[in-house]
Design a protein around this ligand. Structure first.
Ligand code: ATP
Ligand code: MG
Length: 408
């Protein structure tokens, strides 16, 4: 939540701020240089505009290391909604609701006073000049504005660990004054690293895997295998709800659903036995690879974590990699279950993942699953099954959904 508080009406009447509220964004990955930086900023500006489109039409103004997001008829509540929404856009480390005011000491003071109105505790003013032609140095400006706040409200100045920090940034055409802010999602703007396909089970891990790859700039689509027609549609509802929640990080998400029950039955009757689970995962990957090619995706993403369950041993992971040529990204491979659950909680997918459903995989699970799958044995089974043909058929049976964040 924003720590910004709306200034009290009484003070606003006494000292109207001659500026407008706007959102000030601090960009991440500042080490990026040259062409990459340009790409980063262009993509990010597009992503910000798209994310807030249901709320307001905005201008995104690019300055050195920061973005300014302005909208017509801006008011504090509207900008707070923008700030909240923008905090989910990948590539931003801080989002502030700031007063955008004239580039003179008096305007800056008025905005600072408004931000401090009715607030108790010690404070410090911290100024930064992106335009060095400003007549006061940062320290002089800190002192001047701090002195004024202290005169008017009596809050004590405390430079180390103050309760409240009032930040001032002097820019090319204007000044920004703000206090507090919302941490951004960090990472790289979605779309900067290409496109991938997430194998989305409805469990806890795959949504977290999707989040982590989006955070590294990958635009993702989702592929879910349901046990239909032998199970109910519950797992599809779950996958849908998960993708809708994750859509807040990129927008325009697609969920592809494959009715997988019959294929599973075929695997079962092929005598795969202890290898059934791995054989089925290989079939999922093959189907995923075919689909990814069609949509120009360049990677598959799964929620595998080394050793988490018996199917996720190093030998089994090797057997899975063998099924496809496309790289399989496993962003959770080195994470503990508790770490994954913490992350799932913070991205709000955990409670959805924990809803009951009939996972398609349970249908196949033999009493003892193979932990050291032999690739030759798997190839034998797949030959009997004619997996390439089977994967083609599965892709043809796909249904596409478009879960949109904020829809219910
Ligand atoms: P998750 O919590 O993501 O379900 P898990 O710990 O249950 O993971 P497995 O069931 O072995 O692990 O699945 C490992 C990975 O395989 C999943 O993270 C997911 O990427 C993929 N996967 C498993 N089942 C499905 C499915 N029904 N549809 C799509 N992908 C799946
Ligand atoms: Mg699972």
């Amino acid at each position: 939540m924003s720590t910004l508080e709306a200034p009290s009406v009484a003070v606003r009447e006494q000292s109207p701020v001659d500026g407008e509220p706007c959102a000030l964004l601090k960009l991440g990955e500042v080490v990026l240089k040259g062409k990459n930086r340009e790409l980063f900023e262009k993509r990010l500006a597009d992503n910000v505009r798209a994310a807030v489109r249901p709320i307001a039409k905005v201008d995104v103004i690019r300055r050195h290391g920061v973005f300014i997001v302005r909208t017509k008829d801006a008011h504090v509540e509207l900008v707070d909604r923008l700030v909240q929404r923008i905090s989910d856009v990948m590539g931003i480390v801080w989002v502030h609701r700031a007063w955008r005011v004239g580039k003179d000491v008096e305007s800056v003071e008025r905005a600072a006073l408004e931000l401090m109105a009715g607030r108790e505790g010690s404070f410090a003013v911290r100024s930064k000049r992106r335009d060095k032609r400003f007549p006061l140095t940062s320290t002089e400006l800190d002192r001047q504005v701090g002195g004024r706040i202290n005169d008017v409200y009596g809050n004590p100045v405390k430079l180390k660990n103050p309760d409240i920090t009032v930040s001032i940034e002097i820019d090319r055409d204007e000044a920004f004054v703000f206090s507090g802010g919302v941490p951004g999602a960090g990472g790289l703007p979605v779309g900067m690293s290409g496109r991938g396909l997430v194998l989305m089970s409805g469990g806890i891990d795959s949504p977290v895997a999707a989040y982590r790859m989006m955070r590294r700039g990958l635009r993702v689509d989702y592929l879910h295998f349901s046990g239909m027609p032998f199970t109910g549609p519950e797992s599809i509802y779950k996958a849908y709800a998960l993708v809708r929640e994750l859509d807040k990080y990129q927008g325009g998400s697609r969920l592809f659903v494959v009715p997988f029950g019959k294929a599973q039955q075929q695997i079962k009757s092929s005598g795969a036995d202890r290898l059934a689970v791995i054989a089925q995962r290989r079939l999922m990957l093959r189907t995923g690879e075919l689909l990814a090619h069609r949509m120009r995706g360049a990677a598959l993403i799964t929620g595998d974590a080394l050793g988490q369950v018996s199917s996720q041993t190093l030998a089994n992971i090797t057997a899975l990699d063998d099924a496809v040529e496309m790289p399989i990204l496993r962003p959770l491979v080195g994470m503990d279950k508790t770490e994954i659950m913490d992350q799932a909680r913070s991205i709000r997918t955990l409670s959805i993942s924990e809803l009951p459903d009939e996972d398609c995989c349970t249908m196949l699970a033999p009493r003892r699953a193979e932990t050291r799958a032999k690739i030759d044995d798997l190839r034998q089974i797949e030959k009997r099954l004619d997996v390439n043909e089977l994967a083609e058929q599965l892709v043809e049976s796909i249904q596409e959904h478009r879960p949109v964040y904020g829809d219910s």
